[in-house]
Design a protein around this ligand. Structure first.
Ligand SMILES: [Zn+2]
Length: 338
């Protein structure tokens, strides 16, 4: 049994996850647990992370003094230097302090905050990418929103606050009437995220021009039951309205992937996030487009498109990887010097 552990947490709008592992992060040795995100006040999340970490330590008869580092992945935007999350649409408050309350509970332990998608690309780098893919790698999450992380020429891209590669807010439609959660118009996220799929479906149903009977039957005519999941299911059953929404979601994802490849010239893009439960309707048409006729969407050589096998655990694995790489002085996280 090793006696030193890395602690990690991944904070999302729905779940807070924590994990412990030794520095080798070997398969089967990651201890983890999760709980629904608490949002009573600005300190709820930091308290929850500390409590869950302490619970996990207790359950495995470990001491806080055995922790050699704590990595915290959070939905962004974040400010690594100040250790906060700001302007996040799903966590409930304008500014949420994370670093200060957590290092008060776990003093003298190296602490690293990172945006969840930047964490995820590190997780892919360590756990999944092959040798050829490692140096030029992008991760895209398609979920409530759309986010990304990028490793270019072997270096994690972070930016001034830690929010590089906010690809969901790339504009895919000029002069669009569709407003994104970020308040701008025409973002990729406003067309292809889970939130957008739901919102656009309700708006088409309101207009009444496309037939959505199959979808309405699926939800017993209760429109408030409609989420992206039902829309993808109805599209599979050839519902006209749902097929239009899904086909737009895929088309604008082609635009998004094309832009990403123009910006980062990546070898491989890994996809994750809740929408990958319906990846059969998203990934194959993207693959076909970039294999057969990439030039319509990107000028650079097209990337391979893959799915992360770790699904909603990849952010947590990324937070563990960040600590491992920092403690080992890995070149990949050379840019992480806040
Ligand atoms: Zn936006």
């Amino acid at each position: 049994m090793v006696d030193e552990y890395i602690g990690a947490s991944d904070i999302g709008g729905t779940w807070v996850r924590v994990a412990l592992s030794n520095i080798n992060l070997e398969e089967g040795e990651i201890l983890s647990k999760k709980e629904r995100t608490k949002k009573e006040n600005i300190y709820s999340i930091s308290k929850q992370v500390c409590m869950l970490l302490n619970d996990l330590l207790n359950e495995h008869s470990l001491e806080a003094s055995q922790l050699i580092g704590i990595g915290l992945a959070s939905a962004g935007p974040i400010n690594i230097r100040e250790g906060i999350v700001f302007n996040n649409a799903n966590l409930g408050f304008r500014e949420i302090p994370l670093k200060k309350p957590i290092i008060e509970e776990f003093p003298d332990i190296p602490f690293y905050l990172i945006n969840d998608c930047n964490a995820a690309v590190l997780g892919i780098h360590f756990f999944e990418a092959n040798k050829k893919e490692k140096d030029n790698l992008v991760y895209i999450t398609m979920s409530t929103g759309i986010g990304g992380g990028a490793i270019c020429n072997g270096l994690l891209l972070l930016g001034k606050d830690g929010n590089a590669a906010e690809i969901g807010h790339a504009k895919v439609v000029p002069n669009s009437k569709h407003q994104c959660n970020c308040e701008a118009y025409g973002c990729w996220e406003a067309y292809s995220s889970g939130t957008a799929v739901k919102k656009r479906t309700l708006s088409f149903l309101g207009e009444g021009e496309l037939n959505g009977d199959i979808l309405l039957e699926l939800v017993d005519n209760n429109k408030s039951e409609i989420t992206a999941k039902e829309v993808f299911e109805a599209a599979r059953l050839e519902d006209e309205l749902s097929q239009k929404v899904v086909s737009d979601c895929v088309f604008y994802s082609k635009v998004g992937v094309g832009l990403i490849n123009n910006f980062y010239d990546c070898d491989t893009i890994f996809f994750g996030g809740a929408m990958m439960n319906d990846e059969d309707q998203i990934i194959p048409p993207l693959r076909e487009q970039f294999r057969k006729d990439a030039i319509k969407f990107t000028i650079n050589h097209p990337p391979e498109l893959k799915l992360t096998e770790y699904r909603d655990e990849i952010g947590l694995r990324g937070a563990l990887t960040l600590v491992k790489y920092k403690l080992e002085n890995s070149e990949v996280v050379k840019s992480y010097n806040f």
